[in-house]
Ligand binder design. Structure first.
Ligand SMILES: Cc1cc2nc3c(=O)[nH]c(=O)nc-3n(C[C@H](O)[C@H](O)[C@H](O)COP(=O)(O)OP(=O)(O)OC[C@H]3O[C@@H](n4cnc5c(N)ncnc54)[C@H](O)[C@@H]3O)c2cc1C
Length: 569
């Protein structure tokens, strides 16, 4: 595959400013044209009382290049989409704004949830479509769109076969990763001789197949706008490249596979006002899941679903990185970071003011949902940026397994596994010195620990009702590590139907007879598909650890159908 950082062809460039100048009142007219279904098209509206040059304002001044299908994103959704579209006969161009291949998908775990496959059958696992449907509905709190969920089930086995026959994946043992009647988590065996069973294995296989087909992948190419004819089909993209802005025409379709918006605090706040800018996202600083696909799609009338409902959190102790500093790549797969955070019997949690704010025993270090008690306790922290420190003494540090990482406390280094950062850990002979290192008021922390020690002696915690046994924090040296909560996953986003076509939000205006219709009958934006974490509606309200199965199946569906669209002139 020719992975290019800049386009190969020497097309002239139309700068964004030039284009906008030429388009005159484009922005406001587009809004009007899209908001009033059936009104005169934008070109007509724009020419009334304005400049004739704005006819066809929805088009760029010129196309710099063209292809049949543009896939935006090289992750789990975009990669299979590109391969499938190519194999179905389309000319395909893949773009990605990042400077490496694979997005979040090269960082994630390797569980790929699929239902009713021959792989399960060969391993003696009986599965049924209705079980898969019911299990996922229950797990996702009944917020899946039934038809979209069913599309994942119906295509799972064909996808598993495609992975074997086309991508040369060998499936390993299917395991049970989240509550379900039967195991459904499919993992790919290690890639060739690479020692990993992690998610990057899928990316390696996809990369190989893209390369084999000579599908062009342009890195550092960022979609900034989708061109759509008013009330009509998508026509192409505006793309920022290191050499300027270009316009690429898509004769058949655009497939948006841009991942989530967990790295865009403004978008998170817009849909979940309690969160603030102090959040970090898993994959920081390597990946930039900033919701570009959502925004570009909404800008042309694309629907979204359940946007405020889902934002899952995970985190790291003493580190802001979810995976180690030198981003995982094909020769050097992922390693987790941070101090052990699983054994917390001796640990006291304090916030910005050095005061306790939750029942530590209710703490769950893993994936957390905003409505769980400890997340509510986090959201109630008044100080900014919100700090959550775990404090203990020598006995507690030994129990928690921190002592063997002592060097990370005395000489924290974010570039060395476990990637502990200066300012995110503390160790001192007194509580007051510890507080100074943590940046919390020493008097408060001393009072908090003294009070907690009294509770430990009495065997009762009247403040938060932490169940016993309660261990006092008395044996120096004292240790502390700051918890970093990270936005980790989203099951929400662009609204697609069972074919991964983007539903036209404007069709929700004045439904005929006020009657509800299934998503399969809703109007779509012609020639626009979306797949992967940028979409919502498949898994409902809880992510599970195997959602890359949904995303790969999405891409598999979208790529094939996009290639079969009738090409625009
Ligand atoms: C550290 C980490 C661990 C994880 N662990 C798990 C796990 O164990 N299990 C699980 O199910 N999930 C896990 N996930 C989540 C999972 O990896 C993602 O949900 C999945 O990979 C998303 O795939 P995707 O193809 O939709 O998006 P991505 O893989 O994020 O790909 C999107 C691509 O689009 C590109 N892009 C975005 N905007 C633009 C634009 N404007 N123009 C051009 N390109 C653009 C991005 O650069 C990126 O390469 C993890 C994620 C991370 C970061």
């Amino acid at each position: 595959m020719a992975i290019q950082e800049t386009p190969q062809t020497g097309h002239g460039r139309v700068s964004r400013r030039d284009f906008l100048k030429g388009a005159g009142l484009a922005g406001s007219v587009m809004g009007a044209a899209l908001l009033i279904p059936g009104c005169a098209n934008g070109a007509q509206a724009a020419t009334d009382g304005n400049d004739a040059a704005v006819t066809d304002w929805w088009l760029p001044e010129k196309w710099d290049r063209e292809t049949d299908v543009i896939v935006v994103g090289t992750g789990d959704a975009g990669s299979p989409a590109a391969i499938r579209a190519f194999d179905a006969g389309a000319e395909v161009l893949v773009i990605d704004k990042n400077d490496f291949f694979g997005g979040c998908s090269v960082l994630g775990g390797g569980n790929c949830q699929l239902a009713c496959t021959h792989v399960q059958k060969e391993q003696g696992i009986e599965d049924k479509p209705e079980w898969a449907f019911e299990d996922q509905m229950e797990f996702g709190l009944y917020r899946s769109n039934p038809e979209v969920l069913q599309a994942w089930i119906d295509n799972s086995d064909a996808y598993a076969t495609w992975q074997e026959e086309v991508c040369e994946v060998e499936w390993a043992k299917v395991s049970l990763q989240e509550p379900a009647r039967v195991p459904r988590s499919h993992q790919a065996n290690t890639y060739r001789d690479q020692p990993t069973g992690a998610g990057i294995v899928f990316s390696m296989h996809f990369f190989e197949q893209l390369e084999k087909r000579g599908i062009e992948v342009l890195l550092q190419h960022k979609m900034t706008r989708i061109y759509r004819e008013p009330d009509g089909p998508v026509l192409g993209l505006e793309v920022e490249t290191p050499e300027g802005v270009i316009n690429i025409k898509a004769r058949k379709a655009v497939i948006v596979a841009t991942g989530g918006f967990k790295g865009n605090p403004q978008m998170i706040r817009a849909w979940h006002p309690a969160f603030d800018e102090t959040l970090i996202w898993s994959g920081w600083p390597d990946v930039l899941p900033t919701g570009d696909g959502h925004l570009c799609t909404m800008n042309i009338g694309g629907g979204v679903v359940d946007m405020s409902f889902i934002m899952e959190f995970s985190g790291r102790l003493g580190s802001r990185q979810y995976v180690r500093w030198d981003r995982p790549h094909f020769d050097n797969p992922s390693t987790s970071t941070g101090l052990p955070n699983g054994k917390l019997d001796h640990i006291v949690f304090v916030e910005n003011e050095g005061e306790r704010y939750l029942n530590e025993a209710g703490w769950e270090a893993g994936h957390t949902l905003p409505w769980l008690p400890h997340m509510i306790a986090f959201l109630n922290i008044k100080g900014r940026p919100r700090m959550e420190w775990m404090v203990t003494d020598q006995a507690g540090a030994e129990d928690a397994g921190w002592v063997k990482f002592e060097k990370a406390f005395t000489d924290p280094d974010p570039t060395v596994t476990p990637c502990i950062e200066p300012g995110w850990v503390a160790k001192a002979d007194t509580i007051a010195e510890l507080a100074d290192q943590m940046g919390v008021p020493a008097k408060n922390l001393e009072a908090t620990i003294a009070k907690y020690n009294e509770y430990a002696a009495a065997g009762e915690d009247p403040d938060f009702e932490r169940p016993g046994p309660l261990y006092p924090v008395i044996q120096p040296p004292f240790w502390a590590a700051r918890w970093c909560r990270m936005t980790h996953d989203q099951c929400t986003g662009i609204r697609v139907n069972q074919k991964m076509q983007v539903v036209d939000q404007m069709d929700q205006w004045m439904p005929e007879g006020g009657e509800s219709k299934p998503i399969s009958q809703e109007k779509v934006i012609p020639h626009l598909y979306a797949a992967g974490e940028c979409t919502g509606g498949t898994g409902g309200a809880v992510r599970g650890s195997g959602k890359r199965g949904w995303y790969q199946v999405h891409g598999y569906i979208a790529g094939d159908l996009a290639a079969k669209e009738t090409a625009l002139a």
